[in-house]
Ligand binder design. Sequence first.
Ligand code: PGA
Length: 238
Amino acid sequence: MNKKVIIGNFKMNLLPNEVVLYIENLKKDIESNNEIVLCVPYVDIPYASNIVNDTNIYVGAQNMYSREEGPYTGEISVKMLKSIKTDYVLLGHYERKLYFNETEEEINKKLILALKYNIKPIVCIGSNESLENEINMILKDIKKECINNIIFIYEPVFSIGTGNALDKNEIIDKIKLIQNIICEKYDEKFNNLTLGYGGSINSNNVLDIVNNDKINAILVGSSSLNEKEFANIINFSS
Ligand code: PGA
C-alpha cells in the first residue's frame, strides 16, 4: 500500500496527562511508517509535541483564529500554535460550521495564514451542497504552488459520528471529483494531491477504505479516542 496520512481528531476529549499516556502507549503499539497526526485540544499540544520527537507521530490543532493577532478575546492565533510546535491544523471541520457558524470565507482566511506560517492544513470539505462552490471559496487567493501542501478530506455530513461510513466506491468517485475541481480551477494537472476521507472509520472498515491508491489520508474521530483501536486502524492501514 502507498504511504498514507492517518489523522486522529480527539475533539473536546482527553486532558494533558491522558494524552501523554495515550502517546506513550501508541508509540509501543504501532508498526507503521505512515504519517500519524493527532489533532488534540489546544491545551494538550505542548505536552504532546514534547514527546513525539523522532517518531512518525505529529501534533495538530483542531482550529485556529482567522486573524494574525489583535483584540479577539479567547481566540488562538497561528503564531501561538507555531510557538508550541504545532505541525498541522484542522480547518473547516463540520462541527465548527454546525456549532460556531464558521463560514467558508473564514476557513479561507485561516488557510492562508496556516500556509503563511508553514503549519500544514488539513481542510475538511463536503458539508456545502455544492462541492465546487465550497472548494472555490476555500481556495480563494491560494496560489497554485501551495496546493500540494494541503490535505483535503472529504467528510459527508451524514457519516460523521453516525457509524455509517460512505461506501468505498462513492468515496473514490467524490475524491476524483474533488481532484477534477481543483485541477480545473488552476488549469493544472496535479498528480500528487493529498486527498482523503473521514466519517465513521473504525478498525473493521478501514482496510476496505484505504486499500487503494486514490485515498491517501483518513480522518478518524470517535475511534481515535481509544488508543488500542486507533493503533489497530494505523496498523491495518500499512
Ligand atoms: P467520526 O468523526 O470518525 O466519529 O465519524 C469524524 C470526524 O469528526 O472527523
